[in-house]
Design a protein around this ligand. Structure first.
Ligand SMILES: Cc1cc2nc3c(=O)[nH]c(=O)nc-3n(C[C@H](O)[C@H](O)[C@H](O)COP(=O)(O)OP(=O)(O)OC[C@H]3O[C@@H](n4cnc5c(N)ncnc54)[C@H](O)[C@@H]3O)c2cc1C
Length: 596
């Protein structure tokens, strides 16, 4: 089954939950109300459904290949990338003065979801380019911005992020790539970077590598890392492409998923030194890279939602067609489509509820990002920034873990046909696995949630989230529908469990770090579960009103059912997670290392 972009649900999340009308009041976003959003999404859907999605299966069967330093991408990718760039999609969220469209993230994030649903491997190239643009916008000099950003927005050049080295994965303090200052103000870069997504390819004229390296004599650890621009082709004085830089792709990896996305080993400086240009100041590289990483982490979370949506669509279509067994309620005289079986429905509802919950969480977080960046009131910006940063860990950590559950269920719905490759359900499962690993593993997101996002402000942001959830409970309590009552009960229990865990994390991280970090991933999952559930509760409140007004009744009924399912089957996981965190730390750490 081919992909159909869920435009209606995206618009619902944007307008009803993320309050796009408020975003459109922010100076700079006045042109981006609901009507524009709909037009953009429909146009975006066309490109992704018709051009990008059909290449997904092809990419799995016919991945990128390497020969003598040259990487050839899957047939069709180059042409699709040209169409993507010509449509202006690379510049969607970037500033107009550099050739972008200046769209709010609230709309842009939905477009990014579509691109990733259509083809995760393909979408990675624009994803990394977005991150490179964002890092240059924040820390690059005006000359660097002018030299590199417009070309990337145009799609003539693409960007990469070079952090990982064989000995430095999660722990970037171990980066060893070195940078030697030159008399002309440039640097010569020497070292090996591994796992570099789209580190080499044939879809663009130039590749703008952003590289973490250590300037000679810099302090040990993360405080001695600097960030450099190291383009594949150097630029002539007029900005045109000049000599080949000394950075070469020596191989690409063979992977279980996202096979069409070339994952490169890059060798810097084997022939005298790769020319690098320092971004910002020496030794502040990791700080700048974090800007790029935060943009990329959010986008990887959206990748999770995207692959979950595609897996759900495929599973739902299969379940309507595959005939097997008589329904237990005797509603059919003989064998019927498997969607009649309650357990198949349970799987589909789990897939749907997780996907919709995570989408609502991501799009409301995007609205906070927009307010944090452009709202005229400094206090509103500050509050939204804190909320957004808290959410990034959840959008990345929770949505990607959820995508594994969803794509796994997608295979299960297909039975044996899911385990063999021909249906494509297995590809989604294999592709999804990388999402909990790159841009910081789930554990790294959880560490971030505990340390930077919860403990550092004494739990203030975490508790502010709980207060907002409690406000939604008050609204639910005023309703007397079965769905609202059920949601109220589960949301309240989950929020109370969350509050206990926040107190535990804030109170014990310093004195008993092992006890807290033994439960860091469960804390991340609990919080993501609660926040996505809270957004489903808000969706339920709106959908009941719209249904009563007779608007779009099928969609609203489905939203209410899905929200109720989330409450009863997913929010109910929260108290168990709470118990594991509060009481289960010892059993995590009890076994002596020799016993493993
Ligand atoms: C397909 C692919 C594409 C990639 N693209 C890029 C790219 O474009 N640019 C780039 O720079 N890198 C890229 N990476 C690298 C990726 O970001 C790293 O693989 C990731 O950060 C994890 O590092 P690692 O593989 O060394 O695992 P490790 O750091 O060795 O982790 C192994 C395990 O230990 C756990 N662990 C490690 N430290 C901690 C800790 N402090 N607390 C708790 N648990 C911990 C991890 O969670 C994990 O389970 C890519 C990787 C892949 C596979």
């Amino acid at each position: 089954m081919s992909y159909r972009a869920p435009v209606k649900d995206m618009l619902f999340c944007m307008t009803e939950l993320a309050h796009l009308d408020e975003v459109a009041k922010i100076p700079g976003f006045e042109d981006f109300g609901a009507e524009t959003a709909q037009a953009v999404l429909e146009e975006c859907a066309k490109l992704n459904e018709d051009v990008v999605a059909p290449l997904n299966w092809e990419g799995d069967k016919n991945p990128s290949s390497w020969k003598d330093g040259v990487v050839t991408t899957t047939p069709g990718f180059k042409e699709a990338f040209r169409q993507f760039a010509e449509g202006g999609w690379q510049g969607m969220q970037h500033p107009v003065e550099f050739g972008g469209q200046g769209l709010p993230k609230t709309i842009g994030a939905a477009c990014i979801e579509m691109l990733n649903s259509a083809n995760l491997s393909f979408a990675l190239c624009p994803l990394l380019t977005d991150g490179a643009i964002e890092a240059l916008l924040t820390a690059g000099s005006p000359e660097q911005q002018q030299a590199f950003i417009p070309k990337m927005i145009e799609g003539a050049w693409t960007g990469t992020m070079n952090l990982t080295e064989p000995q430095a994965g999660s722990d970037l303090a171990l980066v060893r790539t070195r940078a030697e200052p030159q008399a002309d103000g440039t640097y010569k870069i020497f070292g090996t970077k591994i796992f570099i997504t789209y580190g080499e390819h044939d879809m663009a004229e130039n590749i703008v590598h952003l590289v973490l390296a250590r300037v000679q004599g810099a302090p040990e650890g993360v405080k001695g890392i600097s960030l450099f621009i190291c383009p594949k082709f150097l630029l002539n004085a007029d900005g045109s492409l000049g000599a080949r830089n000394d950075v070469h792709c020596v191989s690409i990896e063979h992977k279980i998923g996202i096979k069409a996305s070339p994952t490169a080993v890059l060798q810097f400086g084997d022939h005298g030194g790769a020319v690098g240009y320092l971004i910002g100041q020496e030794n502040r590289g990791l700080e700048y890279m974090f800007i790029m990483m935060n943009a990329a982490r959010y986008a990887v979370g959206v990748q999770g939602i995207a692959i979950a949506e595609r897996a759900y669509q495929k599973a739902a279509a299969f379940a309507k067609e595959r005939v097997q067994s008589r329904p237990v309620d005797g509603s059919l005289p003989g064998s019927g489509p498997i969607i009649h079986h309650p357990d198949v429905k349970r799987m589909l509802m789990t897939m749907r509820a997780l996907t919709e919950g995570c989408r609502a969480m991501a799009l409301t977080a995007a609205a906070a990002y927009d307010a944090a960046h452009k709202h005229p009131d400094a206090e509103v910006r500050r509050q939204n920034q804190a909320y957004y940063e808290f959410m990034v860990a959840l959008v990345k950590g929770y949505s990607t873990e959820a995508s594994l559950e969803v794509t796994n269920l997608g295979v299960q719905v297909h039975g044996g046909m899911g385990f063999i490759e021909e249906t494509g359900a297995a590809q989604y499962y294999r592709d999804a696995k990388i999402l909990t690993i790159y841009e910081g593993t789930t554990a790294i997101q959880a560490n971030d949630l505990v340390g930077r996002k919860t403990v550092r402000d004494g739990g203030a942001t975490a508790r502010a989230v709980a207060q907002q959830v409690a406000a939604t409970e008050v609204q639910l309590a005023a309703r007397d529908s079965v769905a609202a009552r059920s949601m109220h009960k589960r949301l309240q229990a989950a929020r109370e469990a969350y509050a206990q865990v926040v107190d535990f994390v804030v109170g014990n991280t310093k004195a008993s770090p092992n006890a807290v970090f033994a439960g860091s991933v469960p804390y991340l999952m609990l919080t993501g579960n609660l926040v996505a559930g809270w957004q489903m509760a808000r969706a339920l409140l709106v959908a009941e009103e719209r249904l009563a007004a007779g608007e779009d009744t099928d969609f609203m009924r489905a939203k209410i059912s899905t929200a109720r399912f989330y409450a009863e089957h997913i929010l109910t996981r929260v108290p168990g997670l709470r118990d594991a965190i509060l009481e289960g730390g010892d059993s995590v750490t009890a076994l002596a290392l020799e016993s493993f």
